[in-house]
Design a protein around this ligand. Structure first.
Ligand code: SAH
Length: 400
């Protein structure tokens, strides 16, 4: 281990690392004592030669080193097994009854570049760093030992792989998995296609919020906007909603949401529409000079995709968020609930709430905030690593 190439940091650059952030940018590096291979281990020291830890090096990535450990430990099967078991223990503790959840969430579990989702007895692996890519076989072996899954599927089709000099990679790595997989979330069945499909599996990060939001559903007329496979709406239907209307622009998602409603015996109180939510909301809130929009919903869920991947596009994204909130508020009955989510890391909770309030102002509505939501605990937040926090949500009651 002593022979690892050493990355020396510039003065002042070590604090963030000591505080627990695992990324070392090229601009933080003073010099290296030896050439390091891309995807190989290096040790990192501050400018006074004090050890900060070891991690994977990649000269092709802006993140030159992804730290794995603050100590000089061998990064072998035992290392991965220990880390993955620690991550699993967190899920067992905070999501004790879940059978499907994210087992490893990269930086949140001190394994930068590795994501592992468990869909009942099938695991889905996503690798976004070269260091992890080079140890894929070891990781697959460890996952087999811990979970004995029916199959392990790779869905490394994330754009970020190109920043590490890698191409996309998909396929069944172990076992067999043909056709859709049906999983249980909070006692409801969801069918999802893990091998194909435009998105891997489900949005597991909403697992606890499905339950939380469904407390407002009894007897309600519900609108599930951006419904994907129907997570929010189906939980609402089970909790006694009078009716749920599901909207998503993807035909594929709407067809799956409909099948999920049928599989759970909830189809009778559900309707489905494949349409752009902006267009739908606009059409429903259009009014002539002396006409009023008639509010007709008691619970509206807005869970759009991230409208922004970069800081630069935040203003555009906020306009989009504001528009859907403005229109949704016009459709909400007094006393009704708007449950709204934002999954963009670049829009924090304060900015997100300001945007909702700005829509409420334009619509001349007064809101009472009745709940604050975050990502499910299988997507742990490590506050020293701000990138691990991205999902935020609120429930607002429409006062008038
Ligand atoms: N609420 C869902 C997750 C939503 S993800 C859940 O809990 O699983 C975002 C969804 O919005 C995707 O299914 C995507 O197809 C859909 N979508 C994206 N843009 C849209 C638009 N303009 N109108 C309607 N749906 C849209």
């Amino acid at each position: 281990m002593e022979s690892l190439p050493t990355v020396l940091l510039k003065p002042g650059e070590a604090d963030r690392i000591v505080a627990g952030h695992p990324w070392i940018y090229q601009s933080s590096i003073l010099r290296m004592t030896a050439q390091a291979g891309d995807g190989e281990l290096v040790q990192v020291k501050d400018h006074r030669q004090r050890l900060l830890g070891i991690g994977f090096f990649n000269s092709k990535s802006r993140i030159h080193v992804r730290l794995l450990s603050s100590e000089r430990v061998p990064v072998n099967a035992e290392f991965f097994e220990q880390r993955i078991r620690q991550a699993l223990a967190v899920r067992r503790k905070y999501l004790p009854n879940a059978t499907s959840f994210r087992v490893v969430n990269a930086e949140s579990d001190f394994l930068s570049g590795l994501i592992v989702d468990k869909y009942d007895d099938v695991l889905v692996l996503q690798i976004s760093s070269l260091g992890m890519e080079k140890r894929k076989e070891t990781i697959v072996g460890v996952l087999q030992r811990i979970f004995a899954p029916r199959a392990i599927i790779e869905r490394s089709d994330v754009g970020s792989r190109k920043f590490e000099g890698m191409s996309e990679s998909n396929g069944v790595l172990a076992g067999e998995c043909e056709g859709p997989v049906t999983i249980d979330l909070n006692g409801l069945k969801f069918e999802t296609n893990l091998v194909e499909g435009h998105k891997t599996g489900l949005y597991l990060d909403q697992q606890v919020n499905y339950r939380a939001v469904s407390q407002f559903a009894e007897g309600a007329q519900v609108l599930d906007c951006f419904c994907f496979l129907g997570g929010f709406g189906l939980h609402a239907a089970r909790s006694g909603a009078a009716h749920v209307h599901f909207l998503d622009q993807s035909e594929e998602a709407i067809a799956a949401a409909r099948r999920n409603a049928e599989a759970n015996g909830l189809a009778a109180q559900c309707s489905f529409e494949a349409i752009n939510a902006f267009d739908w909301l606009k059409a429903r809130t259009r009014s002539g000079p002396n006409e009023k929009v008639i509010p007709c919903f008691d619970l509206i869920i807005l869970d759009p995709p991230s409208f922004t991947r970069t800081r630069a596009s935040v203003p555009d994204a906020l306009r989009g968020y504001k528009e859907i909130h403005l229109r949704a508020l016009k459709l909400l009955r007094p006393g009704g609930i708007l449950a709204t989510f934002c999954c963009s890391h670049h829009v924090n909770a304060g900015l997100f709430q300001d945007t909702v309030l700005s829509a409420a102002y334009d619509a001349r509505k007064i809101l009472r905030r009745v709940a604050i939501y975050s990502q499910s605990p299988d997507h742990p937040i490590i506050p020293m690593i701000p990138e691990t926090e991205y999902l935020k949500g609120f429930a607002f009651e429409l006062v008038r």
